[in-house]
Ligand binder design. Sequence first.
Ligand code: SF4
Length: 286
Amino acid sequence: MSTIYTAPICELKEFNNLFIELTAKNCNQRCKHCYIDFPLNKNVKDFISIDTIKEALNDTLNENLECIYLTGAEPMTHPDFNNILRLCLKRCNVCIFTNGSFINEKKARFLKRVEGESNFEIIFKLSIDHYNEVKSDDIRGRGTYRQVLHAIKSLVKYDFNPILCITDYYNEGSETLISEFKKEVCNKIGFAAKDNNFKINKWHNKNNHSENTETFSWKTLDCEYGRILTEKGIYTCPFLANDHRGRCGSSFKDFSHKNNLETDYCQTCIKNKEALFGINYSLFKE
Ligand code: SF4
């Protein structure tokens, strides 16, 4: 007898996290594990307009936003990045998802000044995938390990407290990764990182279509606490940005609060247990 599979439905519990995709396809790196399908041409001009962001901020005035996340591909490639950052900081905390290649001491000093002009804080989620330089460069590209280390050092110098985002590409487990990162990376550059400075996520292998998970248990999903704005409209989460399966509407004036957990991405989220993209503030503030 065959069993009929029905995907569970998920509902937005509270709209705390607004993700904004500043560009869908612009990134100066080509990481092996990235879930984005990049075009061959590196010079795509697909940046979101500042007017679209202003409209979204206006339409979400009644929501209890805790954090705005600037995402991409690489959000710091947006030509109007600084103005977008200032605009979002008028509303709440802003988290920048970045590979760190645009951050040096001068930029960190400037970002500290921008933060100082606002009542909120800037949080950085920096992607670095291995504590070993050769392995990390193998995943993210030659020279990227040193770039991100320089970014971390620069941010720490200006009193930022970055979160290191690690995709567990070699399936080593959180405990090993955190202890090796502290020893091999943080100690060497003078970053007194605590456990909550690390966010370890499962790797979503887009070439490996996973089986449906039989047990649907998780702590938090990104689609329960947020939505992503892109130039094309509103979607459930960064994984499903611009994907018709995650479409929630064209603006925040009227958008869907429900979605089916029917994609391979959802399987990765469910297996990850914790939200992959949103910050768990209760841990971060410890
Ligand atoms: S990919 Fe994850 S966050 Fe996105 S809709 Fe599926 S379960 Fe929710």
